[in-house]
Design a protein around this ligand. Sequence first.
Ligand code: CP3
Length: 320
Amino acid sequence: MRQAGRYMSEYREVRARTTFLELCKSPELAAEVTVTAAERLGVDAAIIFADILLILEPMGIELEYSEGEGPVIHNPICVASEVDRLREVEDPGALNYVYEAIRLTRRSLREDIPLIGFSGAPFTLASYLIEGGGSKNYVHTKKLMHDDSGAWHAMMSLISRALVKYLNAQIEAGAQAVQLFDSWVGCLSPDDYQEFVLPHTRNIISNITAGVPVIHFGTGTGSLLELMREAGGDVLGLDWRVRLADGWQRVGHDVAIMGNLDPVALFSSNDEIRTQTSRILAQAQRRPGHIFNLGHGILPETPVENVVALVEMVQEMSAA
Ligand code: CP3
């Protein structure tokens, strides 16, 4: 999940000198933040420092990250008739800064630590585009989806075409796996997921450069796991609301699984973290294809020493 972030003093120091968006757009700094976080935590893989929403800018969307409020979109697509305003991303070169950060990171990261590229998945990106920021009930998103399915599918197809180019360009630059974050797709009913999301996600995943693993992640997806499996991905991400053993059983042991410690567990004692971690590892039963991770992003107030302790625990318990 997130590795760099405000919970880490090394990150706060870099971040104090610049805005979040400027940091994403400075390849040297983004690479430094990526490598520092991976080294500080001792993790087995690094995720490039960027954000899921960056791909919206070349579509003509004005993006800002405001203190406290999170992402804000100044010109959201409020109604179906505005979908035409979205620009086709013909040339993913607008995001050259991400590819450059990947190249620089790959150069300074330990060779045996794989680097993960990523983006938001189409539904989650559409929800930001339409709501203008984070949302609780996704009223405008669902309304557009239900009231004008033609405009919805046109928008999702445009986003999907952009994502295929963007993720494959990250791979070309040196990303060794890519992750699609469908963070908010859990707000949908299974029927809506199947009709309005699944074909688009499937289309993207099937067009990712052959041989590069795709991690397909969502939260609150307990009722969508089988459908997400159908959409594709070499690895399915689980949050903590599902027992890992049950989730894996449901999607089949022929797909890899990632997860699923509650990020809030990191606020407890090392004993409690150890208890919850060993429960997850026991459920994975040492089957090949379990990637231990948090079930969602790390929270800003998380004590960094607990994250370091968690990584050590997982490495120790899985080696024993
Ligand atoms: O380890 C890394 O370097 C990870 C890079 C990364 C970021 N965002 C950097 C970031 C990743 C993988 C993300 C994913 C992301 N971004 C998601 C999916 C994961 C999830 O939590 O579901 C989502 C929904 C976003 C959108 C987003 N970006 C939000 C909601 C926010 C505000 C919330 C917050 O924590 O401030 C951001 C900003 C953001 N993205 C920060 C970071 C480090 C904090 C920005 C800051 O420094 O102020």
